[in-house]
Design a protein around this ligand. Structure first.
Ligand SMILES: *[C@@H]1O[C@H](CO)[C@@H](O)[C@H](O)[C@H]1NC(C)=O
Ligand SMILES: *[C@@H]1O[C@H](CO)[C@@H](O)[C@H](O)[C@H]1NC(C)=O
Ligand SMILES: *[C@@H]1O[C@H](CO)[C@@H](O)[C@H](O)[C@H]1NC(C)=O
Length: 750
C-alpha cells in the first residue's frame, strides 16, 4: 500500500508542479502546498487531497485516489471505484452505476445486477432522482437516513406507442421519484410483473439508477430496445451528487476548521462548512485563510472612474481632488462650482430638503398602514396553519416544489374571485378557474369557513399532495396562506368529473366505450396503488368516488380532493374517531369498526367500477329497495347469475363475455364485506391490465376473441336474459351492506 502511494506521488508530482506554476495566482491557496492540484482534468481542492495518509486531505474521509494508468488519469472517491466528475465547495459528483434485470423470451432471467452504495460522512444530495426504465418493471430503493427509508417507482406500458418520445419521464417506460435528505446508504432491487413476456420483442430489460435531476434525458422507446446502449450512456454521463460537510456530528458552535477572513455556517442535517467573507477569496480551510481581493486590479467587475484605493474586504473609489460626485458612475465627478451659483444651489437644497421631509412623513404613514396589513396577513398565515405546515414540512422532509402565491396574484387570476369564474362548489369550499400571470390555467380552491379543523384538513391536503407526483393524480401547484381562508392552487383539469360523463346522458357519453372505461379504471387503480404502496408513507384517500375523479381533454383520469386523506405509517392500523366518506361509496367495515386501512379505498374503488360498467348511481333513489344500494345490487347480481341485467347495454355489445364475467368477479371481491378478503390495489391493477391487454392485443388471443365475439352476437340475436353468466369467487354471498347503513348526510362526521 505504502509503496503504491509512493509510486503514485512520484508519478503525479512533476505533472502537478508544472500546472501549479502555470496557473500560479488563481490556484494560489486552494490546494495544500506540495500537494498535487489536479488529477487529469479534475481539480482537487482542500479539504480533499490525493492519497491516503499523505496529509494532503483534511483527514482520510476526504482522500481521493488518482489512477494514472488511464489516459487522461481518473480520480476515484477514497479508495473506492466510484469515479469522480468534479468536486465543488459543497458537492462531489461521481459516476452512477445502473442496476438491471434482463429476461429471456420465456420469462426467465437472463442476467441481473443489483447495485448498492454506502458512504460514511457524505450523504446523497436531494438533487438526485431515483429513475426506473422499462415497461414491465418496478424497482425499490431502500436506505437509511436515521429512520429506514424505502421508495419505489413503476414503469408500465403495453405497446411502443404508449411510450412518450418527448423526453417525459412520467411513468410510461420511465419513472422517477425523489430520495430524502441525509441518506448515506442505499440499495436498489428490480422486479417485474410479467417477466417482460408480453413486451419482450422491444423491451427485454428493466433498469434502475440514481442520478442528478436533469442529467438523464429519456429518449423514449429507443432507450428500451435491447441494443440501445442506454446503460453505457447513463454510466458515462449521469452523475450522483454527494453533499459533503466538515465533521457531520459537529457544528459552528465548536472550534472549527475555518481559517482567517472566513466564516462558518451550519449545514442542515449536521456538520458545517466555511466560506470566505465578502471581498476575500481563497480556500477557507487552509492557513492563513482567505486573501483580500484587490478590486482596483479588476476594473471590469469593479468599475471606478476616479481614484481607486483597495481596502481590506472592499475598496474606496473617490472623485479626484477638487471634484465631487459618485466616482463609480462614468462622468459623474463634477468640479466644484463658483460662489455665484451658491445662492441658487442653496434654494435648490432648501426645496429638496422640504420634499425629503414631506416624503418621510408620507413614508411613515404608509409604513404604519403596511405594518397593519402585514400583521393581518401574519395572523391569517398562522390561522391557516402556516406555522404548522412549516413545522410538518420540516419534520417530514417533504421537498416537492411548492409555490406560495400572494393575495394579489390570485385575485388577479380570478378577477377578484368573480362569480363568473366559479367552476364548482363542494362541502368544503368553492373552486374558481383562474389564469396566472404566465398564462397558466389553474383551479383555485377557497375554503368556505375558517376554523381549526379546516386548517388541519387544508394542511393535510398540502402535505399529502406535495409528496405525490403521479400522472393520474391532480397536481398541486401551490397555496396562499395570507387570505382569511386557506386557498389551494391546482392544475386545471378541463373536462369535468367522471360522474358527469357517466350519468349526464343515459348510456354515458359517446367516448365511454368498453375499452375507454377499462382504461380509466386502470388509470385510477394505478394511481391508488401508487398512493398505497409507492409513496414514502402510504396514503389512504378515504373519499374515492366518481365526482372526485376528473378527466382532462384526452379523457385521462386524475384523482382529486385529498381533504379527507390520511398518511399511514407502515405496519400501523389507523383508528379514526371521525368517519369520513360518502354514502354509497363508504366501506361498511370501516364505518362499523373505525379501523382505517387501504382496503377501504379498494371498496370505494369497487363501487366506482360498478358505477362505470352499469352506468347506475351508487344510491338510486328511484330504484326499488333491493336495488337502492348499487354495491349490494351488483354483488347480488353476480352471485345470482344475472349480471347482464345490470351491465350497461353498450358494454354487453363491446366487451366479451369472459371480460364481463371477470370484471364482475373483480368488483365482487373489491366489495367483500371483509377488508382482508379484498384484493390490494396492486392486484386490481394487474387484473384490470390483463383484461385490457385482452382488448388491445387481439392478435395474441385472436382465436378466443373471435369465439367470444360470435357468442355475444348470438346472444344478441336470441335473448340476452337466457344466457346464464357463470359466477366466480367465494361462497359467502350474503350482503352486509343494505341494512347496516344509517341515514347520515354526505361528509358529515359521526
Ligand atoms: C489503476 O487502474 C488499473 C486498471 O483498472 C488497475 O489495474 C490498477 O491497480 C489501478 N492502480 C491503482 C494505483 O489503483
Ligand atoms: C418470473 O421469473 C421468476 C424468476 O425466474 C419466476 O419465479 C416467476 O415465476 C416468473 N413469473 C412469471 C409471471 O413468469
Ligand atoms: C474610504 O472612504 C471613506 C469615506 O470616503 C473614508 O472615511 C476612509 O478613510 C477611506 N478609506 C481609505 C483606506 O482610504
Amino acid at each position: 500500500m505504502l509503496l503504491h502511494i509512493m509510486i503514485l506521488s512520484l508519478f503525479i508530482f512533476p505533472f502537478t508542479m508544472a500546472l501549479g506554476t502555470l496557473q500560479g495566482s488563481t490556484i494560489n491557496n486552494i490546494i495544500k502546498p506540495n500537494c498535487p492540484t489536479h488529477c487529469g482534468n479534475v481539480m482537487v481542492p482542500y479539504p480533499f487531497g490525493i492519497g491516503y495518509d499523505t496529509g494532503c486531505s483534511l483527514d482520510n474521509s476526504f482522500h481521493v485516489t488518482c489512477n494514472t494508468t488511464y489516459e487522461p488519469p481518473k480520480l476515484f472517491l477514497r479508495s473506492s471505484d466510484f469515479e469522480i466528475y468534479n468536486i465543488s465547495d459543497s458537492e462531489v459528483r461521481i459516476h452512477t452505476t445502473v442496476s438491471y434485470r434482463c429476461y429471456n423470451q420465456d420469462g426467465s432471467v437472463r442476467n441481473e445486477f443489483d447495485w448498492w452504495i454506502s458512504l460514511s460522512k457524505f450523504t446523497f444530495s436531494q438533487k438526485n432522482k431515483f429513475i426506473v426504465l422499462g415497461c414491465d418493471d418496478y424497482s425499490l430503493i431502500r436506505g437509511t437516513n436515521g429512520p429506514d427509508f424505502s421508495n419505489g417507482c413503476l414503469g408500465l406500458c403495453s405497446k411502443t406507442q404508449d411510450v412518450p418520445s418527448n423526453g417525459n419521464c412520467s411513468g410510461m417506460g420511465c419513472c422517477q421519484t425523489s430520495i430524502p435528505k441525509g441518506l448515506d446508504y442505499f440499495n436498489i432491487s428490480l422486479y417485474s410483473f410479467d417477466n417482460h413476456t408480453s413486451i419482450w420483442p422491444w423491451n427485454n430489460c428493466g433498469y434502475a439508477f440514481v442520478g442528478e435531476e436533469g442529467s438523464f434525458v429519456f429518449r423514449g422507446v429507443t432507450d428500451l430496445y435491447a441494443d440501445s446502449n442506454v446503460e453505457d450512456r447513463i454510466e458515462s454521463s449521469v452523475p450522483i451528487v454527494l453533499d459533503w460537510v466538515i465533521s457531520p456530528d459537529a457544528g459552528c458552535s465548536e472550534p472549527t476548521e475555518c481559517k482567517g477572513n472566513s466564516s462558518c455556517y451550519d449545514v442542515e442535517g449536521g456538520g458545517y462548512r466555511c466560506r470566505c467573507n465578502t471581498g476575500y477569496r481563497g480556500n477557507p480551510y487552509l492557513d492563513p485563510g482567505c486573501q483580500d481581493i484587490d478590486e482596483c486590479a479588476d476594473p471590469g467587475t469593479n468599475p471606478c472612474y476616479g481614484d481607486c484605493i483597495n481596502t481590506l474586504g472592499s475598496y474606496n473609489c473617490t472623485c479626484p481632488a477638487g471634484s465631487f460626485g459618485n466616482a463609480k458612475i462614468e462622468n459623474d465627478c463634477q468640479r466644484h462650482k463658483d460662489s455665484k451659483f451658491s445662492s441658487s444651489i442653496f434654494i435648490i437644497a432648501m426645496v429638496c430638503g422640504l420634499v425629503v421631509i414631506l416624503s418621510a412623513i408620507m413614508g411613515i404613514l404608509y409604513g404604519i398602514r403596511r405594518r397593519k396589513l402585514m400583521k393581518l396577513r401574519e395572523k391569517f398565515f398562522e390561522q391557516n396553519g402556516g406555522v404548522l405546515l412549516q413545522q410538518k414540512i420540516n419534520s417530514q422532509g417533504s421537498h416537492a416544489a411548492m409555490t406560495l402565491f400572494s393575495i394579489a396574484q390570485l385575485r388577479r387570476a380570478t378577477n377578484n374571485y368573480s362569480q363568473d369564474n366559479i367552476i364548482g362548489r363542494g362541502a368544503y369550499g368553492v373552486v374558481y378557474k383562474g389564469v396566472l400571470y404566465d398564462k397558466r390555467v389553474v383551479a383555485i380552491k377557497k375554503s368556505k369557513i375558517v376554523d381549526g379543523s379546516q386548517a388541519e384538513q387544508f394542511i393535510n391536503e398540502v402535505l399529502i399532495l406535495t409528496q405525490v407526483i403521479h400522472r393520474h393524480v391532480v397536481k398541486l401547484l401551490g397555496c396562499c396562506l395570507e387570505e382569511e381562508v386557506p386557498v389551494l392552487v391546482y392544475e386545471f383539469i378541463s373536462n369535468n368529473t367522471l360522474f358527469h360523463h357517466i350519468h349526464s346522458k343515459s348510456g354515458g357519453m359517446s367516448w365511454l366505450s368498453w375499452e375507454n372505461r377499462l382504461r380509466v379504471a386502470v388509470e385510477v387503480a394505478g394511481a391508488l396503488a401508487y398512493l398505497h404502496s409507492e409513496t414514502i408513507m402510504p396514503i389512504i384517500h378515504r373519499d374515492i368516488k366518481s365526482t372526485n375523479i376528473l378527466l382532462d381533454d384526452n379523457y385521462n383520469a386524475k384523482i382529486s380532493d385529498f381533504g379527507a386523506s390520511r398518511l399511514v405509517p407502515l405496519d400501523h392500523e389507523q383508528v379514526t374517531t371521525l368517519i369520513q366518506g360518502t354514502l354509497g361509496y363508504l366501506d361498511p367495515e370501516y364505518y362499523n369498526t373505525s379501523q382505517l386501512t387501504d382496503k377501504s379505498d379498494v371498496y370505494s374503488f369497487g363501487v366506482v367500477l360498478a358505477e362505470l360498467i352499469t352506468g347506475k348511481k351508487p344510491i338510486g333513489a328511484d330504484r326499488s329497495n333491493a336495488e337502492k344500494n348499487l354495491a349490494t345490487y351488483f354483488v347480488n347480481s353476480v352471485t345470482e347469475n344475472h349480471l347482464y341485467e345490470v351491465v350497461e347495454q353498450r358494454i354487453l355489445r363491446e366487451g366479451s363475455l369472459e371480460q364481463i364475467q371477470a370484471i364482475g368477479d373483480l368488483v365482487k371481491r373489491c366489495l367483500n364485506p371483509h377488508g382482508r378478503d379484498r384484493p390490494t390495489m396492486k392486484e386490481v391493477v394487474v387484473e384490470l391490465d390483463n383484461l385490457r391487454k385482452f382488448t388491445t392485443h387481439p392478435w395474441t388471443q385472436q382465436q378466443t376473441f373471435q369465439e367470444t365475439r360470435s357468442l355475444v352476437l348470438d346472444v344478441e340475436q336470441l335473448d340476452l336474459y337466457e344466457v346464464p353468466l357463470i359466477s366466480f369467487g367465494t361462497k359467502d354471498t350474503e350482503s352486509h351492506l343494505s341494512s347496516t347503513y344509517m341515514p347520515f348526510e354526505e361528509n358529515i362526521p359521526r
